[in-house]
Design a protein around this ligand. Sequence first.
Ligand code: URA
Length: 224
Amino acid sequence: MKLGKYLAHGGIASRRKSKELILNGKVLVNGEVVTEPSYLVKKDDVVTYKDEVVEKEELVYYLVNKPRGVVSTVKDEKGRKTILDLLNDEDKDERVYPVGRLDYDSTGVLILTNDGELAYILTRPEYEVPKTYLVTAKGIITREAERKLRTGIELDGYRTREAKVSVKEKNNQKKTSLVEITITEGKNHQVREMFKAVGFPVKSLTRTHFSYLVIFTFSNCYFY
Ligand code: URA
């Protein structure tokens, strides 16, 4: 978190006033004056103002099983149900935000946190954090489509990375396929676009794993 925001969150002053205090050399980090409001406060930094330590905001983590029909943002212009509406009333005022997105119609693992460092690591493609989705696709998936999903697909001039793909079931009566796919990147609507591109559009999509976190069938669970 930037130093200016850190001070404001610590209740020292408004964002604007905090910035002024920093620019005027009133704030110390590990005993040294820092005059850069955009300085990124690290986990072990000790920030002081007027000889008092500015306490860190408590980090919170919620592991949510997102249902369908909920936007994975904290606000929605169209007034739809948001991911914050899934939290208990006493948890609602936390300054949390979702780590990555799940589409309105997608379900499954979503992490909410105010831990910017963790959010950064989980979402930056260079960290190659695996995310696994269980997809019900329209049609009986072919070996060729499976191969393309696995090796990479051209999407709007971008080639998707190698993915792990496992066909769990082909339902000849319903004419659907159940496919598990693990990707280590997260472009917008990536899984839906990949399946569309190989000719088997997604009927339903659920994220079952995010990194090493797993959601089973329980509804809302959170941990600190
Ligand atoms: N990929 C998608 O297409 N949608 C999601 O919700 C998540 C991953």
